[in-house]
Design a protein around this ligand. Structure first.
Ligand code: GGG
Length: 326
């Protein structure tokens, strides 16, 4: 069976780490057909469109998509691409790996981020020179779909339950609906949950990250708090993600375009390569996913390492080491 994979590197270091992930996938004995699409700031500059229709269609029809990063055009690229694959949840694991100098080496958690609404719904207006507004959308149906996924996720991965993070004491209607819906679904499925206000969570996760494992949160909170967790485990170069939909998925490192190092060939490819492991697992190849993870983990522990992790290796050196260990 051939799996069609859309490859959309985007901008900045997306152009460096996405080919690294493809190189790793090419070493597997799985029949992939890779089809590349353009998106991002550079395409916008060239054509006036950050996400050409053909790229959207590519992601909407492929079995899975590998995405790199988008910069200024993130809202015009990532949000429609997630919509193209019908993704309702962004799975973002944040794990401290052996051998990496992590601020909190005991960190091992997974964010399940709502992926369609909240403040990322796109309802923003500039009313006057002085006033800009944003409408935050939360629906019972999207909160329910996320919570149902979370219940299945904790059961499939042998977790005791999950923590819901929200700010319902201030955003009473929106986060109130989110919190109550998630709690109802957990109840219906017999899954244990607790809840923490998102500001308090930001402190607690820094002080005692091992108090948390699966964290269910609204869209913006998941985006921000997973970057915070990246700081606990050694940096953004280590966080992969899966945008999961019912029939397809889009897999991308959590990091952005990193303009400060783009073009230098020293970006850490680990996050993109672990995202590729999540892609093959999504397609049902669990053993291949585990093999990629093991090769990445050994490389993180034994080297070579890119400068963000204190090494002096290039993206290519690290990718080659991972491929050799597969
Ligand atoms: N690879 C992820 C990426 O390009 N991140 C930049 C960004 O602004 N992301 C926002 C989001 O993940 O919703």
């Amino acid at each position: 069976m051939t799996h069609e994979i859309a490859v959309i590197p985007g901008d900045g270091i997306g152009q460096e780490v996405t080919p690294a992930a493809v190189e790793v996938l090419e070493t597997l004995e799985i029949d992939f057909e890779f089809r590349e699409g353009d998106a991002g700031d550079a395409v916008q500059e060239e054509t006036g469109e950050a996400l050409p229709d053909e790229t959207y269609e590519l992601a909407a029809s492929a079995d899975a998509t590998l995405f790199g990063a988008a910069g200024e055009t993130a809202a015009d690229v990532i949000l429609p691409l997630r919509e193209a694959v019908d993704s309702f949840v962004n799975v973002r694991p944040a794990k401290a790996y052996p051998g990496i100098d992590a601020v909190r080496p005991e960190t091992n958690l997974v964010f399940l981020r709502e992926n369609t609404e909240g403040v990322y719904s796109g309802h923003e207006d500039r009313l006057t020179d002085d006033v800009a507004t944003l409408t935050r959308v939360v629906t019972e149906s999207a909160s329910r779909q996320l919570a149902e996924f979370a219940c299945e996720y904790v059961e499939d991965n042998d977790y005791d339950g999950f923590t819901t993070v929200h700010k319902a004491n201030v955003m009473r209607e929106t986060d109130g609906l989110f919190r109550d819906t998630v709690a109802d679904v957990a109840d219906e499925n017999g899954v244990e949950t607790d809840e923490v206000l998102m500001d308090a969570f930001a402190t607690h996760v820094c002080l005692e990250p091992d108090n948390f494992d699966v964290v269910v949160c609204p869209n913006l909170a998941g985006d921000v708090l997973s970057d915070l967790a990246a700081g606990l485990v050694g940096g953004l170069g280590l966080l992969p993600s899966a945008n999961v939909g019912p029939d397809r998925g889009l897999f991308e490192p959590v990091h952005g375009t990193a303009p400060d190092i783009a073009g230098e060939g020293v970006a850490n490819p680990a996050a993109a390569i672990i995202s590729a492991a999540m892609l093959v697992e999504y397609l049902g190849y669990d053993e291949d996913g585990a093999a990629i993870r093991e090769a990445v983990e050994t490389t993180l522990e034994e080297g070579p390492r890119t400068p963000d992790l204190g090494g002096d290796a290039s993206t290519d050196d690290v990718t080659e080491a991972i491929v050799d260990r597969l």
